[in-house]
Design a binder for this molecule. Structure first.
Ligand SMILES: Cc1cc2nc3c(=O)[nH]c(=O)nc-3n(C[C@H](O)[C@H](O)[C@H](O)COP(=O)(O)OP(=O)(O)OC[C@H]3O[C@@H](n4cnc5c(N)ncnc54)[C@H](O)[C@@H]3O)c2cc1C
Length: 392
């Protein structure tokens, strides 16, 4: 088995690395990306960088050319994703949402007009899209969602309430799941997907501040929001299947292992600095992390390989996400083990190790393994679809 990349792919990796170095504003590296708060400045830097990627065709490189991509191979897409992650480029979750989670659904189910308007806009870095899935009473049991979209003449009228909506306050559009048939015998069969312009009258956004004291979540209220009928994506009442494919895409991150490789390298440097690199317990823990990151990387490669064969990752994506999210918590714990009580200090303390990154990592890792479905839900998927175990 040969896991190496060919010469062309290695040359591409170098090209991407050099480009990131050249095109990322110096200001971005004054802080580690983990340490940037969600501010107007950080948002502006990452939007500008994403537009540059879009102009180059590197934001959605595997999309068809007519929708802003380069029809790049998925192995090269993997290399691009790895380099962006490893080199800490200003590419945030909002890009993942639009480009890698919603965009593929628009390409699969959207009309030609929708692809031209939304998929192309996403690939160019012009559009920010938020996910309108979760509701106060529908998270893991998403099919219980209660937001309704009722047909009236040439419009749909939307009423309901979404929660945990990341970046809704910046979004141009919401990729919304709403109930279009409340009488369907199975709750899965009465859901449809829509693209909703966030400027439509009747939408109210309330900020929710997360445990890191940052504003990335929101609660979004829809009060008689009227949208044109042509904003329905795919077939009416077929939304659940579209939604499941988008969720598989969400769980299919292919660049994340490279990010952890970088964090591990920083922890190794920090262990040397603190002169605990000879401590047998610390060495064991760092070595264990190296093994896990390698396993995680293989899972990312498997997903990229599946895409390259036109296969759709399902339980494979759930496996990767479970492993990765729990690995992130272990990496954070190893950081804490090396730093000791100093690890809890925030970046404005002069004693904070790695400028407070360990503290950020420890808080940040709690939400990974919840977003995109909790790890219990991922394990249910693996049990049912991967192992063929009964649903209950
Ligand atoms: C960082 C982050 C970003 C997010 N962004 C968005 C977004 O942009 N848009 C959006 O719509 N949502 C978003 N979410 C919400 C996320 O999808 C939900 O939090 C998640 O699906 C869990 O739903 P819940 O919070 O209602 O928990 P619940 O569903 O109430 O779950 C509570 C607990 O019960 C467990 N549980 C529930 N059912 C089962 C079961 N069948 N088997 C075993 N255990 C079970 C869960 O694992 C969990 O531990 C985000 C969440 C996070 C953390």
């Amino acid at each position: 088995m040969d896991f190496s990349f060919n010469d062309e792919e290695e040359a591409f990796r170098k090209e991407v690395r050099d480009w990131i170095k050249k095109e990322t504003p110096k200001r971005w590296f004054e802080l580690d990306p983990l340490l940037w708060e969600e501010t107007d400045e950080s948002w502006a830097i990452s939007r500008e960088f994403q537009k540059k990627l879009g102009q180059k065709g590197w934001l959605a490189p595997a999309y068809p050319k007519q929708y802003g991509g380069l029809e790049m191979s998925h192995m090269k897409r993997l290399i691009l994703a790895e380099e962006l992650s490893y080199n800490k480029a200003p590419v945030g979750v909002e890009t993942e949402i639009a480009v890698n989670w919603v965009g593929p659904d628009l390409l699969l189910f959207g009309s030609e007009e929708q692809k031209q308007k939304y998929a192309l806009g996403v690939a160019k870095g012009d559009l920010v899209i938020c996910l309108g899935y979760s509701e106060p009473n529908a998270g893991s049991d998403l099919a219980s969602l209660q937001t309704t979209a009722v047909e009236e003449d040439d419009e749909y009228v939307i009423n309901g309430n979404k929660i945990w909506t990341s970046y809704a306050h910046y979004a141009d559009y919401c990729w919304l799941a709403a109930r279009t048939d409340p009488n369907a015998p199975r709750k899965y069969d009465g859901i449809s997907m829509f693209v909703v312009d966030m400027k439509t009258p009747g939408i109210t956004i309330h900020p929710l501040i997360n445990l890191m004291n940052r504003h990335s979540f929101n609660e979004v209220f829809f009060d008689n929001v009227r949208i044109p009928k042509e904003n329905l994506v795919g077939k009416k009442n077929n939304g659940w299947y579209e939604l499941m494919i988008a969720l598989d895409s969400e769980r299919s991150g292919i660049g994340y292992a490279a990010m952890f490789q970088r964090i591990l390298e920083e922890l190794v440097e920090y262990a040397k600095e603190r002169k605990c690199d000879k401590d047998p317990i610390i060495r064991q823990k760092l070595a264990e992390m190296a093994v896990e990151i390698e396993v995680s990387r293989m899972m990312c490669y498997r997903i990229a390989w599946m895409y390259s064969k036109n296969l759709h990752p399902n339980y494979e994506a759930s496996m990767s996400l479970v492993f990765l999210s729990e690995m992130m918590r272990r990496v954070a714990q190893v950081g804490m083990d090396i730093a000791g009580p100093y690890g809890e200090l925030e970046r404005d303390s002069k004693w904070a190790p790695l400028r407070g990154k360990i503290e950020r990592l420890c808080l940040n890792c709690l939400s990974i393994g919840v977003g995109g479905g909790t790890n219990e839900i991922q394990r249910n998927i693996i049990a049912q679809r991967g192992l063929g175990l009964p649903r209950k």
